[in-house]
Design a protein around this ligand. Structure first.
Ligand SMILES: Nc1nc2c(ncn2[C@@H]2O[C@H](COP(=O)(O)OP(=O)(O)OP(=O)(O)O)[C@@H](O)[C@H]2O)c(=O)[nH]1
Ligand SMILES: [Mg+2]
Length: 289
């Protein structure tokens, strides 16, 4: 798996993502605070690499979402890292009934500073305008629905649900701008596989066989107990096909005549992660970067 680092970059950067960045750039002067959402299981791979270019120096809160699925011990190292860099950080599990007060409080504090500056220049206070930005499928629209307190925008467990930049009013004092998920040109291979493992890029971009192999290898490396409990595997064979056969037999992924249905085994593996059945995992290692 280590040699992935050295191989060529994945160049998957559809035109609509470039367009979203341009549109954000055009609207950024209207924005007071940016919520940058990352996936707590991949706090490095899910952080948009060129974000500073298009959100400029707007006050920012990094939201670690899906903490219900992450390995807290590993993810905490990243949280500390970003805090030490001077970022404001909030952890959320938007699927559970999260307490949104700490985020609102932090936002109001940032807004107070902004309004104090405005007043000192003789300008009137204004309502808070927040941009929500992040990679696809990280929970941006779910965050909006939580803040509004109802289903104001569509969510779905696949990348590319939100197609447009839309303003949503929370109350008289706050407006949110939802945005489609974005990536950056040239993902390195490990980054691309991490994004694919957590359904942040479309399934067909990387071969599903390779994604399932990456998932199994990474579980073996960092979470052997999970591999044992979920798939009853203690040790990996040099040939991944053998591992697929073992999992296929255990999970009953068989075709007529008893042959292993490899496509089904691969989708079972990917689905275990996608559906959140496998919890307490973080694939980005702080110590390796
Ligand atoms: N387990 C878990 N799932 C979450 C959490 N937050 C969001 N989800 C799920 O993640 C999936 C994606 O959520 P969305 O809000 O549509 O993500 P998005 O970032 O708006 O995605 P795009 O619009 O496609 O870029 C949905 O199935 C949500 O239910 C969380 O904290 N924990
Ligand atoms: Mg969305």
């Amino acid at each position: 798996m280590e040699n992935r680092q050295n191989s060529t970059n994945i160049n998957w950067y559809p035109g609509h993502m470039a367009k979203t960045k341009r549109l954000i750039g055009e609207k950024i002067n209207l924005i007071d605070v940016v919520y940058e959402v990352v996936d707590a299981r991949i706090p490095y791979s899910s952080k948009i690499k060129d974000i500073d270019h298009f959100i400029k120096n707007k006050p920012r809160i990094i939201i670690f979402n899906k903490v219900d699925l992450c390995d807290k011990e590993e993810t905490n190292k990243w949280i500390e890292y970003y805090k030490n860099l001077g970022y404001k950080v909030i952890e959320l599990s938007l699927e559970k009934n999260p307490d949104m007060k700490p985020l609102i409080k932090m936002t109001n504090e940032l807004m107070k500073e902004i309004n104090q500056k405005r007043e000192s220049k003789g300008m009137i206070k204004r309502k808070t305008r927040i941009l929500i930005v992040g990679i696809p499928n990280v929970g941006k629209s779910t965050l909006i629905n939580r803040l509004v307190g109802r289903k104001a925008v569509n969510v779905g467990n696949r990348p590319g649900v939100t197609k447009n930049l839309d303003w949503i009013r929370i109350n008289d004092n706050m407006e949110l701008l939802d945005s489609p998920g974005i990536l950056w040109p040239k993902l390195d291979e490990e980054n691309a596989f991490n994004l694919a493992s957590f359904t942040a890029i479309k399934e067909e971009i990387l071969p599903l066989y390779d994604v399932s192999e990456y998932i199994i290898n990474t579980l073996y490396k960092y979470y052997p107990n999970t591999l044992k409990t979920r798939f009853d595997i203690d040790k990996l064979d040099d040939d991944f096909v053998t591992t697929l056969e073992i999992i296929g037999k255990k999970r009953g992924c068989l075709m007529h005549g008893g042959e292993i249905d490899y496509d089904k085994v691969i989708s079972v593996i990917i689905n275990e992660i996608k559906s959140g059945m496998i919890k307490n995992i973080t694939f980005d290692r702080f110590d390796r970067n």
